[in-house]
Design a protein around this ligand. Structure first.
Ligand code: ATP
Length: 962
């Protein structure tokens, strides 16, 4: 929590400063409104004003007691006594000199604090604690340990008092500031966890110092202490009290590192301690200036906000590994301190002009990194956030802690919001990445197209007649870097998605077609042709299926009337059977009354038989009623198949369109390449002629401007250029030889490949050298030299400086090494490009396989569909026959009805139920994935056949298998 530094002003008795007691009073403490009224009618409002003759007890109770609570809760507390010499700083902190122990009433803040601390911590029976004391004095920039043993543990008040006496006896008279520190370490157990609190109470007795008067920036007189520690403390207080720093704008700008005193008081001013600045002033007019100085500093200090935190951590009982938490926490704190110290040191070093430039740069880079790191960490979090989180683990029922906890809970509440922010940040990053990809692709495409157009004439000849290796960019740099769009194109062509999804992409492909190379187009054409064939196959399969379905539909329509008639007949039959059933029941009852056992038995048998007949007739009736539903189902299925057919035809048309387009483009390019082939030789000879012309022109153009150069120099430059040109021609010739050789053999061995790269690099380097020399000949500053002049990056400049200092031999070695490195890099990149080509080919093959499989699956699906329909067809035929018989014959055909109804139900269950369809399709899909079609599906399915014969009034149905 942010808490302002508290201020308290104690006005010492007039006689303290060895005055006569008759001094004129220049300031008056106003206890009612906590202000100090000064003679010049200025008033200083502070947090606590203590009356002139206030007792040590009043002082302690008024301003110190609350601090003890902070300490016990785990916060660091600090009391800094500031004031003119002999105004009672030491008296307030310790008591009257070395004899403070004589009267408890005279005890100052520290002994009272110690006594009360021991009393209070003992009240927390569940806590174990230990208290350590350190005491040091600071004289100038020297720190001296007053106890001689560093930190001393004391188990009770007496031991602590003895240590104070020891320290006082070691104190240097006057001149030094003293820093008395109490460290309280507490721990207690809550639900198998060990809660720890480590807090310190520091008491600083600032020695007074002579003041000098100086003019400040506004021309006003300002008094500054001569003591370096006090001076830098004043500067820190001034800096911290500026509004900019009160918001922790940049705490790193506070000059804590200027003195040992301010380094030690860092936590008290703008740090993590709860601080009380106790100012002691003299009321005497003689001390007016000093009092004014003290009061002004108090006013400034009370605007400073400290970020008070609870120093707590938790460990687990009997779990040693968890002590690491503390270890890490401690290490983190230490690291933070180290970084802060290093920063102070670096800030100091930066002002030291004697340091070498490089080191100064290193320091400023370090500071920038730290600044960036701090900014980054403070962007979404409060300062000291990590410690707040630790605080969450403990919920104590006292005021200070409650406040802290409320802050924590707010932070917890913010978590979902932070999560949202993180999410939206991720989305933003995603969008940015996508945009970046798009723009990168665009740039690569453009530059590639540019490159392609420039080198078109020569390249086409080489590309077309050479192996794939040439096409994919063994020549030239980064030719094989394909855009994401290109890669997407090649992947999407193989996808088995229906054309609606592909439409958009296909449109894109058509428009992008111009950016593809000849070989790419050829490949694409091949793929398109395969796709068209696939579509054609699917279309014809689907057409067959539709035909079969339509036939079934006709059959169903035809059967409709017969089924209606049969239903009427069956209804009549059911009624007749029911009546008969009733009659038999009546006969049975009569037989029972008559006690005719035989008749009763016969009647019961007849009843069973009749019941069976009624059930069979009812089942058959249900079958006749299903006709409409079936018809609807088949109609829907035909409709869906027709839709699919339309889609496939559309896809096929699109692909055919693309095919025509690419065929045309390829035809054009072939024609153009034919012309290029013819003109290639011409170009070669013309290039040579141009070269010699350029040579001549060079001389002609440079003639009038060469005036700046001495005749000898110009001549030697021309000579060098001519030599370079010869070398270049030779290299070109060698390169051409390797090209021609590889064109014929279509394979290039490793040494040829390396040579080719070396030639290309060397040609590029020679071109650059010639251009450079030519510009000098023309009296221009060479472009490359101009660009060197504009180097602004410090690192680049340094590199350039180093390069300039190299001698000729070193330069040659360096260049040779670079040349080798470049060739090696190009060789590697070429290998990578070949690997990319391989991967692309593999991808292509896999895509083809996926396409084939998807076609097979589609085919199998259609075939199985046709088979099911064929079965349905046969079933309908049989049904039709039975129904017709039922409709025409009123005789006893119960046996037929029974058999047909059973068969029909069985067929329904096994063949036409949706579940059956699904499992069949699932099976077929499984087979399709295995790339094999099951034997059952390859061979004709053994369909049951029935022969129906009629003898007298009976129908005979005989089931056979084909
Ligand atoms: N409020 C007071 N009541 C009684 N005596 C006081 C009071 N303030 C100071 N004195 C006495 O004044 C004398 C000087 O006090 P003290 O040594 O504490 O001053 P100081 O500010 O610490 O001086 P220095 O800057 O030299 O350290 C002591 O003898 C002290 O007992």
């Amino acid at each position: 929590m942010e808490i302002n530094i508290e201020t308290a002003v104690r006005v010492c008795p007039v006689n303290c400063r060895n005055s006569t007691g008759n001094d004129v009073i220049c300031l008056q403490p106003n206890i009612d409104n906590n202000t100090i009224e000064v003679a010049n009618s200025q008033s200083f409002p502070v947090n606590h004003v203590l009356p002139v003759n206030c007792s040590q007890t009043t002082l302690y109770n008024t301003v110190v007691t609350p601090l003890l609570n902070f300490l016990i809760e785990g916060c660091d507390v600090s009391i800094v006594a500031l004031g003119q010499s002999q105004t009672g700083k030491t008296y307030s902190l310790f008591g009257p000199g070395f004899h403070f122990a004589a009267s408890e009433l005279e005890h100052g803040i520290i002994p009272r604090f110690i006594r009360e601390l021991f009393t209070k911590v003992k009240q927390y029976r569940d806590r174990s604690y230990n208290i350590h004391i350190t005491w040091s004095q600071i004289c100038g920039e020297t720190v001296q340990d007053l106890l001689g043993t560093g930190s001393m543990e004391c188990v009770d008040v007496l031991e602590a008092f003895q240590l104070i006496q020891l320290g006082m006896s070691n104190m240097a008279p006057k001149c030094a500031h003293s820093l008395f520190t109490l460290t309280l370490d507490q721990e207690w157990i809550v639900d198998s966890t060990v809660q720890h609190r480590v807090s310190t109470a520091s008491f600083t007795d600032l020695s007074s110092s002579e003041k000098i008067l100086v003019y400040d920036n506004n021309g006003l007189i300002q008094s500054l202490p001569t003591d370096s520690g006090l001076l830098s403390l004043q500067q820190c207080i001034t800096a911290l009290s500026e509004p900019y720093f009160s918001n922790y704008g940049s705490i790193s700008n506070i000059p804590y590192g200027q003195s040992v005193l301010t380094t030690l008081l860092k936590d008290s001013f703008g740090g993590r301690a709860k601080t009380l600045l106790l100012c002691t002033v003299s009321p005497s007019i003689d001390d007016f200036t000093e009092s004014l100085y003290t009061l002004q500093l108090a006013i400034r200090s009370q605007t400073i906000k400290n970020f008070v935190t609870v120093n707590s951590y938790t460990t687990f009982q009997n779990a040693r590994e968890n002590y690491d938490v503390f270890g890490l926490q401690f290490a983190a704190n230490q690291l933070l301190k180290l970084v802060a110290n290093a920063e102070e040191l670096f800030q100091k070093l930066l002002t030291n002009s004697s340091l070498p430039k490089g080191e100064l740069e290193q320091i400023s880079r370090w500071l920038t990194f730290k600044q960036e790191c701090e900014e980054c960490m403070s962007e979404n979090s409060e300062p000291h956030r990590s410690l707040d989180i630790i605080e969450e683990e403990e919920a104590e029922d006292n005021t200070s802690c409650n406040t802290a906890n409320s802050i924590d809970s707010e932070e917890i509440d913010e978590d979902p919001e932070q999560e949202d922010n993180r999410q939206s940040n991720l989305e933003n990053v995603d969008t940015l990445m996508k945009n970046f990809m798009i723009s990168t692709d665009e740039i690569v495409n453009n530059s590639y197209r540019e490159h392609f157009t420039i080198n078109n004439s020569v390249k086409d000849v080489l590309t077309n007649s050479s192996s794939e290796y040439h096409m994919k960019g063994a020549r030239g740099r980064r030719v094989s870097i394909h855009s994401a769009e290109e890669l997407r194109q090649s992947a999407s062509i193989d996808s088995s998605k229906l054309c609606e999804e592909q439409d958009l992409e296909n449109e894109e492909k058509l428009s992008e077609g111009n950016a593809l190379t000849y070989e790419m187009k050829k490949k694409l054409l091949k793929k398109i042709t395969t796709a068209i064939q696939g579509y054609q196959k699917q279309i014809s399969d689907l057409q067959k299926t539709i035909q079969v379905k339509e036939k079934l539909m006709q059959q169903l329509v035809k059967n409709k009337n017969i089924k209606n008639n049969a239903r009427v007949k069956l209804e009549q039959k059911c009624q007749k059977l029911s009546k008969e059933y009733d009659k038999v029941i009546a006969a049975c009852t009569q037989a029972e009354i008559n006690k005719d056992g035989d008749l009763e038995k016969k009647c019961q048998l007849k009843l069973v038989e009749l019941k069976k007949k009624i059930n069979d007739a009812e089942s058959l009736k249900v079958l006749t009623e299903e006709s409409n539903r079936k018809l609807l189902e088949v109609e829907n299925s035909v409709h869906t198949s027709k839709k699919q057919l339309e889609k496939l035809k559309k896809c096929k048309r699109k692909e055919e369109k693309r095919k025509t387009l690419y065929e045309m483009q390829l035809k054009d390019e072939r024609k153009r390449m034919g012309n290029n082939q013819d003109s290639f030789e011409k170009q070669k000879s013309s290039i040579e002629t141009n070269n010699s012309n350029e040579n001549k022109q060079l001389v002609i153009v440079t003639k009038p401007i060469v005036l700046n150069l001495s005749h000898e120099n110009a001549e030697s430059l021309r000579h060098e250029i001519r030599n370079l040109r010869k070398t270049r021609d030779y290299l070109l010739e060698q390169r051409y030889k390797i090209d021609t050789k590889s064109m014929h053999s279509k394979i290039m061995n490793d040494s040829d490949e390396k040579k080719l790269l070396q030639y290309e690099e060397a040609i590029e380097a020679i071109d650059l050298a010639m251009e450079y020399k030519n510009e000098i000949l023309c009296g221009h500053v060479p472009v490359i030299a101009k660009s060197l002049e504009h180097i602004e990056e410090r690192g680049d400049k340094m590199l350039l400086d180093r390069l300039m200092k190299l001698n000729d031999m070193e330069m040659r070695i360096l260049l040779y090494k670079y040349f080798q490195k470049v060739v090696e890099l190009r060789n590697n990149s070429k290998k990578l490009e070949i690997q990319v080509v391989d991967v692309e080919n593999q991808n292509e093959n896999l895509s083809c396989r996926v396409q084939n499989l998807s076609h097979t699956l589609q085919q199998v699906r259609l075939e199985s569909e046709r088979r099911i329909i064929a079965l349905q067809h046969q079933h309908e035929n049989k049904l039709q026959l039975v129904m017709r018989h039922l409709a025409s014959d009123s005789g006893d055909n119960d046996r037929v009805v029974s058999r047909v109804s059973k068969h029909a139900l069985a067929f329904q269950m096994a063949g036409t139920s949706k579940q059956g369809d699904k499992s069949l399709i699932a099976r077929i899909t499984r087979y399709a994935r295995q790339e094999t079609v099951p034997k059952q599906l390859q061979a004709t399915v053994s369909v049951p056949q029935a022969i129906v014969t009629r003898q007298k009034n009976k129908l005979f149905i005989q089931q056979t298998h084909k």
